[in-house]
Design a protein around this ligand. Structure first.
Ligand code: ASP
Length: 318
């Protein structure tokens, strides 16, 4: 029998991307829209966990809310590649037995996180890419959409700005509000699950794949340590195996979640010039929301029921 205390021992954290997100560059209206969205999404996820839903369902459900919203760089609203297309990446991991699924470079799949889950549960593989992943989606009866589904004016303008910068010989500062989405949970069964979904980075070329679908880099979950979803400049997160490093520091080094996450994001990554952040949860339902950029869209409810919603660096953190 579960005691009342056990029933409440669930936790959830989410991000909607990290980057140069500054108060003076955002209208009050847009800020309010983001805050309302983050607040609603975290409460919905938390309530599902409290009802006893499996963490895997909750991670997929909450990520799908964000994939369907043009506010974030995932699903609808994904950034453009150099050629003006959308190539989406996603991954999911279950901390009980280290099951994982990932898709990279898909252009026709409405919900890449759902496809990543199908790769995990319904294929012998962990990671499928581009045309092969789309053939798998077709076989499994997934919703396929035309390229216009992902298109937004805001992301089109970001591509144009990126190209103009590059042509002017400037460092191609893409839309530095990266905007990837990710969710981590502790469910009532004591399982830790992490998921991440993204359009990648504006102006990416040559089939570039970031950290989001790379297990150990953008996503990792292990019931013995923590669940992590990352956002930021993916090349650095791949090289520093950010998500796995945070979990390993807890498992083998005895670090707390906060210590492990802060060392990796605020020391290792800063030293390497790797911009971004993470959300994470541990088996006790503690959460960490750590980023080295001016802002990160984020929200969490920890095992004590404490809710935090934030955008800028100066907003409250857990
Ligand atoms: N990490 C993602 C990538 O490099 C981008 C992001 O987080 O916004 O593809």
């Amino acid at each position: 029998m579960m005691s009342a205390a056990d029933e409440t021992r669930v936790a959830i954290a989410l991000h909607g991307g990290a980057g140069t997100i500054e108060r003076n560059a955002m209208s009050e209206e847009l800020e309010a829209t983001y805050r309302a969205f983050l607040d609603d999404a975290i409460i919905r996820g938390y309530e599902q966990l409290r009802e006893g839903r499996a963490g895997l369902d909750v991670v997929v459900n909450v990520i799908q809310l964000m994939e369907d919203s043009p506010l974030f760089n995932a699903g609808r609203g994904a950034v453009y590649t150099w050629e003006g297309a959308h190539e989406l990446d996603a991954s999911i991991m279950h901390g009980e037995n280290l099951d994982a699924g990932a898709v990279a470079g898909v252009s026709t799949v409405k919900s890449p996180i759902a496809l990543a889950r199908a790769v995990m549960e319904d294929s012998p593989h962990v990671m499928l890419a581009s045309r092969g992943a789309e053939a798998f989606a077709l076989e499994r009866g997934f919703d396929l959409v035309s390229p216009e589904y992902f298109a937004t004016e805001r992301r089109r303008e970001a591509l144009e700005a990126y190209k103009a910068n590059e042509q002017a010989g400037l460092k191609p500062e893409a839309d530095h509000k990266f905007g990837t989405v990710g969710v981590v949970v502790l469910d009532q069964a004591g399982n830790l699950i992490a998921g991440t979904s993204t359009g990648g980075m504006t102006g990416k070329r040559w089939g570039r794949i970031g950290d989001s679908p790379v297990i150990g880099a953008g996503t990792y979950a292990d019931n013995r340590s923590c669940a992590v979803s990352a956002t930021g400049h993916g090349e650095y997160f791949i090289r520093h195996t950010v998500a796995r490093d945070i979990c390993a520091r807890m498992q083998f080094g005895g670090a707390t979640l906060d210590e492990a996450a802060s060392t990796v994001v605020m020391e290792e990554l800063i030293e390497a010039d790797g911009e971004g952040g993470i959300v994470a949860v541990d088996p006790a339902g503690r959460v960490a929301l750590v980023f080295n950029t001016p802002g990160m869209y984020r929200a969490s409810i920890d095992a004590t029921g404490r809710k935090v919603v934030g955008i800028y660096g100066e907003d409250e953190t857990p």
